[in-house]
Design a protein around this ligand. Structure first.
Ligand code: SF4
Length: 414
């Protein structure tokens, strides 16, 4: 019989180590390599409305958005990116990394955009666009070759401009906009999404351009998961190390959109896949930023706020736990880096919060106890003095600092 190995002795990684990727610079912000997982969003203001676009870019940046994308539907909008950049510079925000989002017939638009932004996102399904013929069921080898040559002709000037101007490129495939040829060849499937990206990557590599970020987005979580896993497998087989941008596109709004995004993005991050994320909400894009940071914090990938651990309370709880949790949060939420637990009873509370830095545990009869790293520090504290005593303990331990005066809190700056 083999020897019994105590579970504690078996060291399992908590989440899979992050896949090794090259660093791609978007202005001063690096994606991939040893950089933290980057948080991105996209403005909803019209690109031609320079003041509104700039206001929103600054708002997003101040909220912690590290890279901001702008819809760039035509040449006029691409030209106006120059005005947006100038206005950002005038207001002291010229350094914010900007991305032009380019779709249909993108060569001229992307070329102009490279003069003003730090990254161009192109959509392989639309970059060289031909109206689909729904009756079509096959492509001859000659037709496939012709189309690949047309893509290369269209992409080459953009590759050259990106190289000359130090601009990165995202090859951003969307499940909903695969080209007709890809759908005929590989199906409307994760395989088609991966092949669509690979065609563009090969062209970029053939012309010595490797400042690439890859994304494969779908509104269905299982498709997005499958496509990204397959993409990583294909890149590994080909010796490619491009960073991956993750997102569940058209996730909708409210709670369900957040759940979909957290499952899609979080699952892949837990598998070590992903270097930058965007949560796409049909809401004010400002709302996306907190969700991104919460996903990263929940996985222990970026810590930008206090981690609160709290039990749901039950019949053993002798105080109003949600109210106390709120009081503790209000008093301590600026202490980024700490784990603070609020637990309802002495029976299970101390065990469940053993790895928290500090614990506030209800004892019944109007008393609470305070813990540090699972060890009882002070007992029988009247509940009405609980929060005050917790602060006193944090001060005595030297981990307290006074709350900042300004209400602006940018998690990326912590
Ligand atoms: S920690 Fe105690 S009060 Fe909280 S849910 Fe568990 S048993 Fe109930």
């Amino acid at each position: 019989m083999s020897a019994f190995v105590p579970l504690k002795a078996v060291q399992l990684p908590l989440i899979k180590p992050r896949r090794r990727t090259r660093e791609v610079k978007v202005g001063d912000v690096g994606i991939g390599g040893n950089n933290p997982i980057r948080v991105q969003s996209m403005i909803t203001a019209e690109t031609m409305n320079t003041q509104a676009a700039v206001d929103q870019i600054i708002q997003l940046y101040e909220a912690g958005c590290e890279i901001v994308r702008i819809a760039t539907a035509n040449l006029r909008e691409a030209q106006n990116l120059g005005e947006i950049r100038k206005e950002l510079q005038r207001r002291g925000y010229g350094h914010i990394p900007l991305v032009a989002d380019v779709h249909h017939q993108g060569t001229e638009i992307a070329l102009e955009a490279t003069k003003h932004v730090n990254k161009v996102r192109i959509n392989p399904g639309l970059f060289v666009f031909r109206k689909p013929d729904p009756t079509r069921v096959e492509y001859s080898p000659a037709e496939i070759q012709q189309e690949l040559e047309a893509i290369e002709r269209a992409l080459l000037p953009v590759i050259k401009a990106c190289k000359e101007r130090g601009v990165a490129m995202r090859i951003g495939v969307n499940h909903g906009s695969l080209s007709e040829r890809i759908k005929v060849m590989y199906g409307d499937s994760p395989v088609g999404m991966v092949e669509s990206a690979m065609e563009y990557i090969r062209i970029c590599e053939a012309h010595g351009f490797k400042d690439l970020v890859i994304s494969l987005k779908a509104s269905r979580v299982p498709i997005m998961l499958s496509a990204n896993r397959l993409m990583v497998q294909r890149m590994d087989e080909a010796g490619m190390d491009y960073p991956i941008h993750l997102g569940v596109t058209e996730a909708g709004d409210g709670m369900y959109a957040r759940i979909k995004s957290a499952i899609g993005i979080g699952t892949l991050l837990a598998e070590g896949i992903g270097d930058t994320i965007r949560v796409s909400l049909a809401e004010d894009p400002l709302n996306e930023i907190e969700v991104c940071y919460d996903i990263l914090q929940a996985l222990g990938l970026r810590k930008t706020k206090v981690e609160y651990i709290a039990c749901p309370s039950c019949g053993r709880t002798k105080f109003d736990l949600p109210t106390v949790l709120n009081q503790v949060r209000e008093a301590t939420k600026h202490l980024v880096g700490l784990d603070i637990a609020v637990m309802g009873c002495i029976v299970n509370g101390p065990g469940e919060m053993a790895d928290a830095d500090y614990g506030y545990v209800g004892r019944g009869s109007g008393k609470i106890a305070l813990y540090r790293k699972g060890q009882l520090v002070k007992n029988d504290i009247p509940a009405e003095r609980g929060v005050e005593e917790l602060i006193a303990l944090l001060k005595a331990d030297g981990v307290w600092r006074d709350p900042p005066q300004s209400s602006s809190d940018n998690p990326a700056k912590d």
